[in-house]
Design a protein around this ligand. Structure first.
Ligand SMILES: [Mn+2]
Length: 443
């Protein structure tokens, strides 16, 4: 199917769902704002703009501020498309037929031109930042919880069009990862590796769906390591890259860990851990089937990590005991994954389809997804194994610390950690690993 047809089918489905939800919630009209450019206090330098996920789920316009989508049940949606007269900034590009054909597009010069539409007498709902939409009439419901929850839930099941964008974003990320790996093996700095990633993407870094994590050596033990050192490391032992790409407002979220070319005994052991984690990660991806609980998969990851710790001689005791005593949580302190879409951590991961809160287990507060997998879900699967000094010193002081080979921990700590992350589309006939497919498709 052509991209044009895929997108048309996506919008047809969204319109059907919205008509149904408007009817159920008693609203006649829904407005969805793209968002507004924000400024920090005391400064006139704008913050990077990215449209609200609810808007991007309808329109491939992640960088178009102050646009408004106006949806009436049973009618073609109206798009108020802001193209201001501005000689400071370049306005958004003119509408392109492949998406604009689905809307009644009205070009406006200022947001005031659609503002008045919000103050209508009918039952009106709007999605956006309260500060941007407030004061426009008491009859208007801003972000009504029931409608918002239902729309969020719909967003968890991706259309073919959406899966296609996420797959293309994986293709871009794979090219970036390949270029970054070459820069790492050539001994480059974190900043130089990041620059190689951007060259591989061939995209402006401002379009990244999240700040890429470029971590050499022990930096890989900081889960969201946010710096990029300009100095080349004396010894490049390990390289963790967590970096994605954006296509039409849809994100990919990909992590790979590589071991450097310098041979050492500890390096060999660490490479063994990377291989074991890769094996575990592939197994977890295969188990991402319709009907499986993501909480169970997270527990399965902990059991797998317990086995890896045992086999490497890092910890002694049964795998179950290593999980129950909390030892695996010292080495794997984050969640197995999350929903992915127009937001990297996409919506509704901690809410049941019926709208009930579904918080993570008390033992795993960082888990961002607790749902049972359904066809159409796109999730990340990202187990990790790290040597985090802060957590290790807690373990050392606890009774369970007696089960750890601390000399081996010390030898491996300079390698930082491991994370391997793919994006997986859940289908009735099994999981489709969008990331591995994208890497396989590279030349
Ligand atoms: Mn992720």
């Amino acid at each position: 199917m052509s991209d044009h047809a895929l997108y048309a089918a996506h919008i047809r489905h969204k319109r059907d769902r919205l008509d149904h939800l408007l009817n159920e919630t008693g609203f006649d009209v829904l407005f969805i704002h793209s968002g507004r450019v924000a400024y920090p206090r005391f400064d006139d330098r704008a913050m990077p703009f990215r449209a609200h996920g609810h808007f991007t789920a309808w329109l491939p316009l992640p960088y178009a501020p102050d646009c408004m989508l106006e949806c009436h049940a049973g009618q073609q949606p109206l798009l108020w498309y802001l193209q201001p007269d501005d000689f400071w900034h370049s306005p958004p590009a003119p509408p392109e037929a492949w998406w604009a054909d689905q809307f009644d597009v009205r070009i406006v010069k200022t947001a005031d031109e659609w503002m008045g539409r919000l103050a209508r007498v009918e039952a009106t709902a709007a999605i956006g930042d309260e500060a941007h939409l407030a004061g426009l009439g008491e009859h208007m419901a801003i972000n009504p919880p029931k409608l918002l929850q239902a729309l969020d839930d719909d967003r968890t099941r991706k259309s073919d069009y959406e899966c296609r964008q996420i797959f293309l974003a994986n293709g871009q990320a794979a090219r970036g990862h390949q270029a970054a790996r070459e820069a790492f093996l050539a001994g480059h700095s974190e900043l130089e590796i990041f620059q190689a990633y951007i060259r591989g993407l061939n995209a402006d870094p401002a379009t990244l769906p999240y700040d890429g994590i470029v971590a050499l050596n022990a930096h890989a033990a900081t889960l969201h390591y946010q710096h990029r050192q300009t100095e080349r490391p004396q010894q490049a032992r390990t390289f963790l890259l967590d970096a994605g790409a954006d296509v039409a407002g849809y994100a990919s979220d990909v992590t790979r860990t590589h071991v450097g070319p310098v041979a050492s005994e500890a390096g060999g052991i660490f490479q063994g851990l990377v291989d074991a984690m890769d094996h575990l990660q592939r197994r977890l991806c295969v188990s991402a089937q319709v009907g499986h609980s993501f909480v169970d998969m997270h527990h399965q990851a902990h059991r797998g990590i317990a086995e890896i710790l045992r086999q490497a001689g890092l910890a002694s005791g049964s795998a179950d005991a290593l999980v129950e005593s909390g030892i695996t949580r010292t080495f794997f302190p984050h969640g197995l994954g999350h929903f992915l879409g127009t937001q990297v951590h996409d919506v509704a991961g901690l809410v049941s389809p019926e709208g009930q809160a579904a918080p993570p287990p008390a033992t795993d507060p960082m888990l961002r997804l607790t749902r049972v997998l359904e066809a159409g879900h796109v999730v990340t699967i990202e187990p990790g194994l790290y040597f985090i000094p802060m957590l290790l010193s807690d373990l050392k002081a606890a009774p369970a610390g007696a089960q750890i080979d601390w000399a081996l921990v010390e030898a491996l700590t300079p390698f930082g950690g491991i994370r391997i992350e793919d994006n997986v589309h859940i289908t009735p006939s099994g999981p489709v690993n969008l990331t591995r497919e994208a890497f396989d498709a590279l030349d």
